[in-house]
Write a protein that binds this ligand. Structure first.
Ligand code: ASP
Length: 440
């Protein structure tokens, strides 16, 4: 029988009621043998995540302030879960130990990691699963980078000793024994690591939405859910701001060919979104998988007669950006013009704007170099575009029918996406126009 690794996010484990739902989901399928847990998330929109409370405790200690009252609120979050689940489980010793460790400057990452540690202890007890502490199976190197090979080998051996287990997400251990966390939202990464080490057939990532939507619901009303998305499409969409899953969670399972299924704990019957390596299925009605949009870009346009025949021109421009520590997003170019799209925020600090213009003037002696702000980028992403003719025309027609001026066009050579630049103020209108062109 295959194995499914299931990860539950903070909102799925925020209170006892959610713990019950989680247990039902896990028990419904015996393949769900390994569970990765986050710390308790928000119960209501104005609630505070336990991870944030722990970070705050760390800061209070750092500022020489008392944590008693604040820490008691954390204790109560866990105790209320235990009480309402009617578990015969006493974690007061653990809570006391953690309080002391935080008071004795055990480090920010240690403090933050205790949210998943405690939640996983409780969940393991409730599910009657074994508990595997992430600090014994997830490793970082001295320089702080994640040690994938060591983790995979130790985790693999450990999992084989347990029929069922709960593993806390988000953290691991440094060679000197201190705790280190991944970046925020990092329990997704732990789930992916466990799925790889377990040779799972599926990595289920349970959250509070039924998968990805085709576009931003704050801009387009009730967008359709995405049933299947490839890793490459997802990368394009998340780069542009669609976020449900931590970006680094993709790599361990992607390399191992394990699909990810994004599911909703509050709507367990919904199929959610499947993220797969490749999908051969072609639906002429769904050429577009998703549309993402992001504001806040600037265009650096460099013009020079006969630029095209000047060898090394592009490299020199990119050198200037590199020297100023600015990465570029896109590089559409014409015969005698080259445009570099960068994030406007990156230009703002340390007078970079002026430095870049003057360095470009010095290095390539252009006829002109101009920086324009206020650009929004739209990425129209779909593996179906390779087979469908006229997609670009439909995108541009929809935008022009909405009376929007296109400032830039860039089609990736993979034919997986078309990037369109419009004025910041036109983004919402453009997103709606394209969505309704493809979804009737
Ligand atoms: N609890 C951590 C955070 O809030 C990690 C996670 O939930 O994935 O970022």
């Amino acid at each position: 029988m295959g194995i499914k690794v299931v990860k539950f996010g903070g909102s799925s484990l925020a209170d006892a009621e959610h713990f019950r739902r989680v247990a039902e989901i896990v028990r419904n399928d015996p393949k769900r043998r390994y569970v990765v847990a986050s710390a308790p998330g928000k119960r209501t929109s104005d609630d505070v995540k336990v991870t944030d409370m722990l970070y705050h405790c760390y800061e209070l200690v750092h500022d020489g302030k008392d944590i008693t009252e604040y820490y008691n609120r954390i204790i109560e979050r866990y105790n209320s879960i235990i009480r309402e689940l009617q578990l015969d489980f006493d974690i007061s010793g653990e809570l006391e130990y953690i309080r002391n460790a935080i008071l004795h400057h055990s480090g920010q990452d240690f403090a933050a990691s205790r949210g998943e540690y405690l939640n996983s202890l409780i969940l393991a007890k409730y599910l009657k699963f074994d508990f595997i502490d992430a600090e014994s199976v997830v490793f970082f190197r001295d320089n702080g980078s994640y040690d994938e090979e060591k983790t995979n080998s130790v985790m693999r051996t450990e999992l084989q000793k347990h029929r069922n287990a709960v593993i806390p997400g988000f953290y691991g251990v440094m060679p000197n024994g201190t705790i280190k966390t991944f970046s925020r939202g990092g329990s997704d990464i732990t789930g992916s690591i466990v799925a790889r080490a377990a040779d799972a057939e599926l990595y289920e990532n349970w959250t509070d939405v039924s998968g990805f939507l085709m576009t931003d619901p704050r801009i387009v009303k009730d967008p359709l859910p995405i049933k299947v998305v490839t890793y490459r499409e997802l990368r394009e969409l998340s780069y542009m701001g669609a976020s449900v899953l931590h970006e680094d969670a993709i790599f361990p399972v992607r390399n191992a060919g394990i699909p990810i299924n994004i599911r909703n704990t509050n709507e367990p019957d919904a199929p959610g979104t499947m993220i797969v390596s490749s999908s051969g299925e072609y639906d002429a009605n769904r050429i577009i998988t998703g549309i993402a949009g992001k504001k806040g870009f600037s265009v650096i346009t460099i013009e020079k007669d006969m630029m095209n025949s000047e060898i090394g021109f592009g490299r020199k421009i990119l050198d200037v950006l590199e020297d100023n520590d600015v990465s570029f997003e896109h590089l559409p170019s014409g015969v005698d013009t080259m445009s570099v799209i960068v994030s406007s925020a990156a230009l703002e600090c340390n007078n970079r704007r002026e430095r870049i213009v003057s360095s470009i003037n010095k290095r390539v002696r252009p006829d002109s170099v101009v920086i324009e702000d206020g650009l929004a980028l739209l990425a129209v992403v779909g593996r179906g575009m390779v087979k469908a003719k006229g997609t670009a025309a439909r995108v541009f027609d929809a935008i022009s029918a909405a009376d929007i001026n296109i400032r830039m066009i860039d089609q990736g050579s993979s034919e997986l996406n078309i990037i369109v630049g419009v004025e910041d103020s036109d983004l919402d209108k453009a997103l709606n126009a394209i969505y309704h062109e493809f979804v009737k």
